[in-house]
Ligand binder design. Structure first.
Ligand code: NAD
Ligand code: GLY
Length: 372
């Protein structure tokens, strides 16, 4: 029987939320809702505004935003490869050549996490820092990457190795963008939603379990509420540990240690959220073994990921030693141990230094999947 509660109600403008990220002089608001009413007001009135986007998003929304903001548009190819020194150089060339930008100018990052990270890093370094606004167009960027000020590009030595903390001036999550997002990209974003619920809130986790169909149907009201819950949680974490120095923000890396290794070893094979989903399941096995996580809770997380259509098994051919090398080379390592984010219970993450030996690798690898 379909439940008739507020979660499955139709969207109305009153459901929009403005969540404050309280960081003193770097404070900003994250708007979550449908539509662009009020968007122009969050964009500072300045001499020059530039939109950075990718080819796919640019084709769909570039002209609309260019007209709305009276801004010129810089476009890079879609995909993770654009988080590169080469594309950064191209963005800088296009930012600087017309000589219209000054330190008071504003960059608009219109796109998914790739554009947010790339344009955000360009904004962090151009003239030693200009303002930028995140307009996330993927679910992953709405619930995670657009909030918190982490910006970065990749290097052959690993993901996100060249970057800066640079908080946006504002974030505008318009759920209407999700209408054009391919299913696989939408589902990839759901991995970060499950991550947030697993480390942050047993209540959100239960909502996700109850609302799988509405989530997959992209029900406006449910999606708005879930994005707002994720943003609220991330904002609180960032307020406590903006620069990831106390360990609190490191909790957001649940599933990312093996996830990043998978992305590094198999470029392009998994979307970010898919790799994180596999990494979370590996971290859950480790959590049962080393953090006394109830196996029933681990099973609930796996079932939810599967119900949402995410991969959960490490591929059969993954070379555990190669994965170990990448994890040990990860910038978050400490000696020969890797700090794994484990779960003690839903909403109770802990960072545990784990020596990377054969026993750890056996647990991490778990049952292998011939299909993925
Ligand atoms: P993405 O930016 O590559 O976007 C995914 C694809 O969807 C692209 O092909 C894009 O062109 C397309 N797309 C975007 N919006 C669309 C729309 N509305 N309609 C149709 N197509 C659309 O990928 P992503 O999953 O958004 O982000 C992944 C990146 O985010 C990774 O590089 C990851 O490292 C980074 N990330 C950063 C943080 C952070 O805190 N900075 C957190 C999590 C992830
Ligand atoms: N996505 C991890 C962080 O923002 O810290």
């Amino acid at each position: 029987m379909r439940r008739d509660n507020s979660a499955t109600a139709t969207y109305n403008p009153a459901m929009a939320e403005n969540i404050q990220v309280k960081l003193g002089e770097r404070a900003y608001a994250v708007h979550v809702g449908r539509g662009l009413d009020g968007f122009s007001a969050v964009v500072p009135d300045c001499t020059a505004r530039v939109i950075v986007t990718d080819q796919t998003v640019g084709r769909l929304y570039g002209q609309q935003f260019s007209q709305l903001l009276n801004a010129r548009v810089i476009t890079v190819p879609a995909g993770e490869d654009s988080k590169s020194l080469r594309q950064l150089e191209s963005v800088f060339a296009q930012l600087l050549a017309p000589r219209d930008l000054v330190r008071q100018s504003v960059i608009i990052a219109l796109g998914g996490g790739v554009i947010g990270d790339l344009a955000g890093f360009a904004a962090a370094t151009l003239y030693r820092g200009v303002r930028y606004i995140q307009v996330p167009t993927t679910l992953l960027a709405m619930v995670d990457s657009s909030v918190g000020g982490k910006t970065a590009i990749n290097h052959i030595a690993g993901k996100n190795l060249i970057g800066a903390f640079h908080q946006p001036h504002a974030v505008w999550c318009d759920i209407a963008f999700l209408e054009t997002l391919p299913v696989r990209e939408y589902v990839s974003g759901l991995a970060e939603v499950v991550k947030t619920a697993a480390i942050g809130s047993a209540a959100l986790f239960a909502t996700l379990e109850q609302e799988v169909s509405a989530i997959l149907a992209r029900n406006d009201a449910v999606v708005t509420r879930i994005i707002a819950d994720c943003v609220r949680f991330k904002a609180a974490v960032v307020e406590q540990d903006e620069l990831e120095t106390t360990g609190r923000r490191a909790m957001l890396n649940f599933g990312h240690t093996l996830g990043h290794a998978l992305e590094n070893l198999y470029p392009g094979r998994w979307l970010h959220g898919e790799a994180v989903a596999i990494g979370m399941v590996a971290a859950l096995r480790l959590s049962v073994e080393r953090a006394a996580l109830d196996p029933g809770v681990a099973e609930r997380v796996v079932r939810l990921l599967q119900a949402l259509g995410l991969p959960t098994n490490v591929p059969a051919e993954l070379d555990a030693e190669a994965a170990a090398a990448v994890m040990l080379g990860d910038k978050k390592r400490g000696g020969a141990a890797v700090g794994f984010v484990l779960l003690k219970a839903l909403g109770e993450p802990v960072v545990q230094p784990c020596t990377v030996d054969s026993s750890l690798l056996r647990t991490l690898m778990g049952p292998r999947d011939e299909r993925t």
